[in-house]
Write a protein that binds this ligand. Structure first.
Ligand code: ARG
Length: 499
């Protein structure tokens, strides 16, 4: 099972008995951590440079090691080429899974991604490969690989969110001065501009972006050189590996660095909050697409039919999006529960956190691959929205404001308009259809200009404050949001490169 140069396991020296076969299979992480191949290769290259600087590798050996690692890193590309050559074009999702399955099947001995790279590097450069583990531990490697993976996932999520925010802004612009009811307690409240409603989601996205940027800053320290727990056993210049991987600096404490998964929690929690926002958006659109609301026609390209009821057009995209947020929340909860109560430093429990992070990254990538296109394709029924905004006394607060502007204390004005609404309900008339003479029986302050103060336009424009729905304020807010998102787009990392 082993030869002189390379034992089957990375740790078999002190063992005399073989592992239980079932346990051996069960404890392997390679079936899922194969996805860390680019990160493991990048981190191994950085470590090779650090140990070469410490004279463990000669310049020629370093060169050979780096070239070998590059070839190992290409394994995924090679498999992908082989798979598409034999099966023709496959879609992105399937091909990723197929590549994984092929890589995992190709290396039945590999316990995890670290072991895999060592085994493959040995195939490439022989015994020299075994020098690479000098002065390092898998505990620092996995911490580094995961930081690199999460950093990429943050960059990809950032780019996806910016695209979604842009789509919302385009939709808000195309809504122009269209109006709709706003709701509190899901009861009609006041009219707002459709653009104002859409910009609420842009605000949420901007907070999500800032949470992600914040998490990225805190994450960007390099664990390499932390060793198994107490620090590398070689006098390594840790800044070399850190800078090679575009980290800002080495982590300051080896015990923390090898056991810290806060960066995963930060990402998971930012992802669940983002998931909540997506879910609320999805819920609103699901609701607004019902016949009861009738505010929008679901885009056929993003809806499905029923196998039983021929008339149906179902909002599968928004329902699934709402459902996906449950996965994100679940993953964040799993991660927090995993770390809670772990003694310092590394514990194998931590291996369980990887799949949660992969699932979060995949779930977000999936959501953000459909949301911008879906958003751009939305077609509102502006007439219905406007009718809804004009019925149900949504101008009652503007009406009370009219009286308070005439010097009536607001509490009193509220009471008077309440009486007017009651009369309207009895007669089945909106406020603007009540005769002035009758209104004047409630208060002498009603005058002909009352009717100008409660038009839809006036009802919107009385909210003339920063963040309000007055037409001019929304136009300003839209311009400002467009500028902020454009500047984020130009400063964000378009590739999400890991190394
Ligand atoms: N596959 C392991 C993990 O993901 C790598 C670290 C293993 N370290 C150890 N001491 N067994 O956590």
């Amino acid at each position: 099972m082993s030869n002189e140069q390379q034992p089957a396991k990375m740790w078999s020296g002190r063992f005399r008995e073989p592992l239980d076969r079932t346990f051996e299979q069960w404890q392997r992480s390679f079936p899922f951590d194969w996805r860390l191949l680019p990160q493991e290769v990048a981190a191994s290259k950085a470590h090779a440079q650090a140990i070469a600087a410490a004279d463990i590798l000669t310049p020629a050996e370093l060169e050979q090691t780096l070239a070998g690692l590059t070839r190992v890193g290409e394994r995924a590309i090679n498999w992908s080429n082989r798979i598409s050559a034999t099966s023709g074009q496959v879609d992105y999702e399937t091909s990723d899974q197929q590549i994984g399955a092929a890589i995992v099947a190709s290396a039945p001995q590999a316990e995890d991604i670290h072991h895999f790279v060592e085994l493959e590097l040995t195939k490439e450069i022989g015994a020299l490969a075994l020098k690479l583990h000098t002065g390092r531990s898998r505990n620092e490697q996995i911490a580094t690989d995961m930081r690199l993976f999460v950093r990429d996932a943050i960059d990809a999520t950032t780019n996806g969110l910016i695209a979604w925010a842009k789509a919302l802004i385009v939709l808000a612009e195309s809504a122009d001065v269209a109006t709709m009811p706003s709701y509190t307690h899901l009861q009609r409240a006041e009219p707002v501009l459709v653009a104002h409603w859409l910009l609420a989601y842009v605000s949420m996205i901007e907070r999500d972006l800032s949470r992600l940027a914040d998490a990225r800053t805190r994450l960007n320290l390099c664990p390499l050189g932390s060793g198994a727990v107490a620090g590398a056993t070689l006098a390594l210049d840790r800044t070399l590996a850190a800078f090679a991987l575009q980290f800002d600096a080495p982590t300051p404490n080896s015990m923390d660095a090898t056991s810290d998964r806060d960066f995963m929690l930060d990402f998971a929690q930012a992802a669940s909050t983002l998931g909540l926002h997506i879910s609320r958006f999805a819920e609103e659109l699901t609701l607004y697409s019902t016949a009861e609301f009738g505010f929008l026609d679901l885009p056929e390209a993003y809806s499905t039919g029923s196998s039983a009821m021929p008339q149906k057009k179902n909002p599968d995209l928004t329902e699934l999006a709402r459902g996906k947020s449950a996965r994100l929340l679940g993953a964040a909860t799993s991660l927090a529960t995993l770390v809670k109560g772990l003694p310092l430093a590394y514990n194998k429990d931590l291996q369980e956190g990887q799949e949660q992070i992969f699932d979060i990254a995949d779930t977000l990538a999936g959501l953000l691959s459909v949301l911008p296109g879906f958003t751009r394709s939305l077609k509102f029924r502006f007439e219905k929205m406007k009718t809804a905004a004009e019925t149900g006394y949504l101008n009652a607060m503007a009406a009370a404001t009219y009286l308070s502007n005439k010097g009536v204390p607001f509490r009193k004005a509220h009471e008077i308009i309440g009486n007017a609404v009651r009369l309207g309900l009895e007669r089945n008339l909106e406020l603007n259809a009540l005769p002035l003479a009758e209104l004047q029986t409630f208060s002498e302050h009603f005058a002909p200009d009352f009717f100008d103060a409660i038009t839809l336009q006036a009802t919107l424009d009385c909210h003339d404050v920063i963040g309000g729905t007055a037409t001019s304020r929304v136009a300003e807010a839209l311009t400002a949001a467009r500028t902020r998102i454009a500047s984020l787009a130009s400063s964000s990392n378009p590739e999400g490169a890991h190394g």
